[in-house]
Design a binder for this molecule. Structure first.
Ligand code: ADP
Ligand code: MG
Length: 322
């Protein structure tokens, strides 16, 4: 039995036929320990496979190859009871905090539904207490938001309410896919603070999907940089961003202002969209065409991840082959 929360083993996700389809995620392995809680940032250009990874963990669709274990059990071999447990422990918060609300119901309804579906409380007062506790954890008060309709709240409030809703189930893990990209820049920091607080006070881990490197730097913990469905580099966010090793990540980070530890909010650092896509039969390093440091073998061989620094800092590049 694994001590990890997740064991992701050689997972690939291919859309379309296995040989000619599009590889959204390529042979990906990663372990997420049960403790301590952590925020794992998944960064990369639009189309690099970030949401695909989140969707695989949310059990939205099965991997094409490989397996995902949750607390040692394959998530696609769950029985009904295990599925129900899983959907309680693994929650999602999405980009658009407005789309998930029914405009005709007050916010109270969002919380009442969760209490009802999961039978979290047996009295009205107990239900109200649970909602209040969850709202307080994200810096809101029940009296201020429960009687309101969705349009009466700011985008930042709506997003915090979604996080509060997820928190009510006392999950182990939250997939937060671009949770701040539709929120005003001035409010982003407060939402990231909420995530860090839930990590520290409630032991909730996050898969934080973003295309904004400055927020990853602010949060710290681990970062994985995806390029065309493969992990180019991973490690501690501060190490990777201040000392990138993969040629792709170096180019990416040279093109953005250096983060200053005394001013951890350099504003928006958006990554461009990927111009090319990749089929399963394609060979070699995905970055070959654009790489300023390419070797001839890179055209036909795919590099593994090699150690490039302390704390599990690794880059998938032959330059670092021992
Ligand atoms: P990101 O979140 O990094 O922008 P995604 O994980 O959404 O990237 O997508 C990775 C790649 O997979 C993209 O090229 C995207 O067009 C493709 N893709 C995603 N979902 C599907 C789908 N359901 N069917 C076909 N292709 C998809
Ligand atoms: Mg996405």
């Amino acid at each position: 039995m694994s001590d990890n929360l997740f064991d992701i083993r050689n997972v690939s996700k291919i859309y379309g036929a296995e040989d000619t389809g599009l590889v959204a995620l390529s042979d990906y392995s990663f372990e997420i320990p049960a403790e301590p809680a952590r925020i794992i940032t998944i960064a990369g250009e639009s189309g690099s496979g970030k949401s695909t990874l989140g969707e695989l963990l949310l059990r939205s669709s099965p991997p094409t190859r490989g397996e995902i274990l949750f607390q040692g059990v394959d998530i696609w071999k769950f029985n009904e009871a295990q599925k129900r447990e899983y959907y309680r422990h693994v929650q999602a918060v999405f980009q658009d905090p407005f789309g998930v609300y029914n405009p005709f119901y007050r916010i109270r309804h969002v919380f009442d539904m969760v209490v009802k579906n999961y039978r979290l409380a047996t009295s009205k007062q107990a239900a109200r207490d649970l909602a209040e506790e969850a709202l307080n954890a994200v810096g809101l008060r029940g009296d201020d938001v429960l009687p309101k309709y969705p349009h009466q709240l700011s985008g930042g409030q709506r997003q915090r309410i979604m996080i509060a809703r997820a928190t009510m189930l006392k999950p182990r893990f939250i997939v937060a896919d671009e949770p701040v990209s539709m929120v005003d820049a001035s409010l982003r920091a407060s939402i990231l603070d909420v995530m860090m607080n839930l990590r520290d006070e409630y032991g909730i881990s996050f898969l934080y999907v973003t295309h904004d490197l400055s927020t990853a730097y602010q949060i710290g913990d681990q970062i994985l940089l995806l390029y065309q469905g493969t992990v180019a580099e991973h490690g501690n966010a501060v190490d990777v961003i201040s000392n990138p090793q993969h040629p792709y990540v170096q180019l990416l980070i040279e093109s953005v202002p250096k983060p200053d530890p005394h001013d951890p909010w350099p504003g928006e650092v958006e990554l461009p969209a990927e111009e090319s896509f990749r089929t399963a039969s394609a060979k070699g390093c995905r970055f070959f065409q654009r790489c300023p440091k390419r070797l001839s073998r890179c055209e036909t061989e795919s590099p593994e991840r090699y150690d490039v620094g302390p704390g599990g800092h690794q880059a998938a590049c032959f330059l670092y082959e021992p």
